[in-house]
Structure formats: C-alpha cells, structure tokens
Design a protein around this ligand. Structure first.
Ligand code: NDP
Length: 480
C-alpha cells in the first residue's frame, strides 16, 4: 500500500516515529494509502529547514519569487488530471467538481499571489514641514498554515500562496482526512525551483502535529481554516506567545429569498448553494428563509428538484453529489436529521444514507435533505451541520427575515434574492456576515477580503488582506 511522506527541506521523508495510519477512500469506505503520523519531532526538522531557508527566500527579489510561484501554478496545471483524480478519490467529491472548482482554483491561487506580490505596495505619510513616514512590509519569518478537508488543495493553497509570495517560509499541515494533493505539491514546488526548506508539508493528526505547529515558538504566525471549536483552542494556545492569527471558522449561512426575485435563477442557484460538495463548503447556505407569499411555490419546486439530484460514486459523470468525507462525518450529519425530527421538523425529502452498488456499498453517501417546520432558534437551525441538509422557513417581513438570519453565533456569508435594488443594499448592510452575495452565490474575486464575523473567525484572507497578514509593518520616520 502506498505510504505518503512528509516534505521537509526539499525531500520526501518518512515521519521520525515511522508510524502511519489509514487513509480511507470515502467513495468505497476502504483504506487505500497510509498517512505519516507526524509529531513534534517532525515539526522541529521542518522548522530547522525553514530557518535555514528564510534568509535565501526573503532576500530573493520579488520577481524571482514570483517566477517560482508562477511555475508552481503551471506545474499543477500540467498535471491537472492527476490532481483532479487524487482530490476526488481522497475527499469523495464528484470528479467534475474537483475538475471545475478545486484544482482550477488552487492553480489560480498560486498564480494570483505570484503576481499580486509584484503590485503590493506600502504607505507613506508626509508631515508638512516636519518629515515623512514610510512603512516597510517585511516577511514575518516562519509561518504555520493549517487547512481543513472540504476543499483540500484549494484552501491549502489559499494560505501558502500568499505566505510564500510575501517572503515567508512555511510549515503547513493539510487535514489528515485529505492529505493527498498536498502530498503531490512538494514535488511540484521542487520542480518549480523553490529552494529547499521554503515549503515544508507535514501530515498527521491535528491534535498532535497540528498542535506542535501552533505551539512552536519559532513559528510566528498561524493561518488556520477549520471548525470554531478548534479555532478557540488555537487562539487560547497561540495568544500568550503573541503569534499573529488568522482564523477562518465555521458558518451557518442564511439564504433570504424575497418574492420579487428571479425565481428560476434563484432556484437553480439555491440547489447549488445548498448541496455543492455535499453541502461541505463553509459558504453553503443551510438556512433558507422564503417570503411567505412564495413559500409553497418554492417548496414544491425546490423539493422536486432536490429529490431528482443524483447521488452516485464520484467518477459517475451524472453524480450531483458524491460521498461525504468520512464515516464519522456522515454519522454526525445523520444525527442532525434525527435531532431535527425530535425538534418537530418534517423531512420533505432525503434524510437517509444511500447504499450504492458494490464496490461503493460501504461509501459514505447521504441523500440531499430538506426539512421544514422548525423554529429559527432550535439547535438544528443554530449549529453547523456541514453536510447536505437544509431547512426552509417562511417569513413575513424584511425585519423578521433579518432577525432570523442574524440569530446564530456565526457570521460568514449571507445570500439575498430580490429585484428591489434599495432593499438589496439595505439588507446587505444589516446582514451580520463578512460576505454577502446578492442574486448570486460563490462568485469569487481573489482581490476581495474573505472571512467571517462573530464565531466565524478573526481576520481576513484574500488579496491585499492576505499579503498584509503575512507581513509585519515597520514604520520609519525621517526628519527634514
Ligand atoms: P477542524 O477544525 O477539525 O480541522 C481543521 C484543521 O485543523 C485540520 O488540518 C485539523 O487536523 C487541524 N487541527 C485539529 N485540531 C488541531 C489542533 N489542536 N491544533 C492544530 N491543528 C488542529 O475542521 P475540519 O477539518 O473538520 O473542517 C471543517 C470545518 O472547517 C467546518 O467547521 C467549516 O465550517 C470550516 N471551514 C471554514 C472555512 C472558512 O473559510 N471560514 C472554509 C472551509 C471550512 P486533522 O484533520 O488532522 O484533525
């Protein structure tokens, strides 16, 4: 069976403990490779390599660093097919999704930050008759990047690309559930001409190797995407060491549908915003609020479409949904369907595991699920499920819709559907979230700030925000 390796100091190496654990293919439920069970000793090696590489990488001209990152992005593109297959196999998502979203966006992330760094500038502040301040933006040093399993290479690259572009050396850990494409990346970085030790990729459990990254004194900043509970722990651990922290955490995103919307556009987009990637995107809308006058029309059309969605193995071109990422996650999602029923909800469609024909009969498939009849403040409507489960709820006024939409502890994304321009701006202004999409969903411009408010996180990724996070400002004053 294939054994994945850590990538440290430009070489693939076994974990020092020589211990491995199983990598399960979600589509079949079978083990198909072994993952290094790395620990703090591997982190020490990675930090030593990064420390040695930092003077080389940070002093390289911006143009040279940019050229290496462009080659890295092209390196993934050249092996697109291999990356698409690997992502789909590791995560359970349909091949078509990995081919249209995950891998192209990972390529764009590298390309975007490779070129953004060339245009990155800092401020100067002139003081009339006194002097001038100018602000330098220096790389931080060694930074840690920790990413989740839902969009594996996409979110991994979203962190390491700006970190590297800004001149930092990186110790990174992908989710132990989906390590494969990050594993492939080491070789691509090497071929792109990245000096040894600049990018180090460690595999293993979050509570072990992830924790050792967060606690390492020489790692000066942590960029983390994952669950809110883990984020809380990271903040508690890293704050006393005065590390810079960027936390992109959970969500429970509302979709607010007004009667005057473009119904057909709204309907097809809401299917995607509910169930793309089996509902395992932090930006998916899981609480759908519909103006009462179109509630029945929406319910009928939506449920009919959802019921026709094809749940199939990820290689099936007809698959709308593939497998959930793990058995544990599938069980968590299904436990929320039970909870919804206990809380008085009615399952309109879905709500159960799907058993496919062999060899996929032990895969982790769940039928897309629509539930109605729940109070906006019940647990099903307040806690993150992160799977193919949505609730639908009618509302009578804009105020009521906003009150329910803003009622959770989270605040990542809000989607609005309306043709009333004034209302669109008004509601967007009052939505408690870091991102609002009006009459659209998941339209990404890499220059815009990305992140959430409340328990959805601290800090922003994307564009200049990411380059600012991964640099330390130093103000210099010159007297006239
Ligand atoms: P987790 O918080 O469980 O894990 C995220 C990453 O952190 C993984 O690499 C994990 O490793 C690692 N980790 C876990 N414990 C520790 C620790 N003590 N110290 C350091 N690292 C640790 O999240 P999931 O992987 O389950 O991802 C799903 C979550 O991510 C959802 O809540 C979702 O909303 C959120 N998310 C947020 C996004 C955003 O932009 N706001 C985008 C995408 C997802 P391991 O896997 O080995 O445990």
């Amino acid at each position: 069976m294939e054994k994945l390796q850590n990538f440290i100091d430009g070489k693939y190496v076994a974990p020092i403990s020589n211990a491995y654990f199983d990598n399960v293919e979600p589509a079949t439920g079978q083990v198909y490779s072994l993952i290094p069970d790395s620990d703090s000793e591997d982190v020490e090696l990675a930090v030593a390599a990064a420390e040695k590489a930092f003077p080389i990488w940070s002093k390289m001209s911006v143009e040279e660093r940019s050229a290496i990152l462009v080659r890295l992005s092209e390196g993934i593109e050249k092996r697109m097919d291999e990356f698409v297959q690997a992502e789909s196999k590791d995560n359970g998502k349909p091949l078509s999704l990995a081919g249209h979203v995950d891998i192209p966006r990972a390529i764009s992330n590298f390309h975007f930050f490779a070129t953004a760094i060339i245009h990155f500038s800092s401020e100067s502040h002139y003081m009339e008759g006194v002097g001038v301040n100018y602000t330098l933006r220096k790389p931080i040093g060694i930074v840690g990047c920790i990413s989740p399993w839902n969009l594996p290479l996409y979110l991994f690259s979203w962190k390491i690309a700006p970190a590297l572009a800004a001149g930092n050396c990186v110790v990174a850990k992908p989710s132990e559930v989906t390590p494969y494409t990050a594993y492939l990346l080491g070789q691509i970085a090497k071929e792109a001409g990245m000096p040894d030790g600049v990018l180090n990729i460690l595999h293993g459990f979050g509570h072990k190797v992830g924790d050792a990254i967060v606690k390492h004194k020489k790692i000066k900043a942590i960029s983390f995407t994952g669950g809110t509970k883990t984020g809380e722990y990271l903040a508690r651990t890293a704050a006393p060491m005065f590390k810079k922290l960027s936390l992109e955490l959970g969500g429970k995103n509302p979709v607010i549908i007004f009667a005057d919307c473009d119904f057909d556009d709204m309907l097809s987009t809401t299917i995607r915003s509910s169930f793309a990637n089996q509902g395992q995107i932090c930006l998916c809308g899981s609480r759908i609020f519909i103006e009462r006058s179109i509630y029945d029309k929406f319910k009928e059309a939506f449920v009919a479409k959802v019921a026709k969605s094809v749940v199939s193995n990820p290689t099936d071109p007809k698959a709308n949904l593939g497998a959930l990422v793990s058995k544990a996650h599938m069980e968590k999602v299904l436990s929320y369907v039970d909870l919804a029923k206990e809380e008085g909800g009615t399952v309109l469609t879905g709500g159960e595991r799907v058993i496919l024909d062999a060899p996929y009969n032990e895969g982790f498939y769940v039928r897309p699920t629509v539930i109605e009849g729940l109070a906006y403040d019940c647990r099903t409507n307040q806690e993150e499920i992160f799977g193919p489960v949505v609730t639908i709820t009618p509302f009578d006024t804009e105020e009521e819709a906003l009150m329910m939409a803003n009622s959770t502890e989270y605040g990542l994304q809000t989607t609005l559907w309306t043709s009333d321009l004034k209302r669109a701006h008004r509601v967007a202004d009052q939505a408690q979230s870091g991102i609002v999409w009006i009459n659209s969903w998941m339209v990404r411009d890499l220059r815009t700030p990305f992140g959430g408010v409340k328990a959805s996180g601290v800090g922003r990724e994307g564009g200049l925000e990411a380059l600012r996070f991964f640099t330390e400002p130093k103000n210099v004053f010159v007297k006239y």
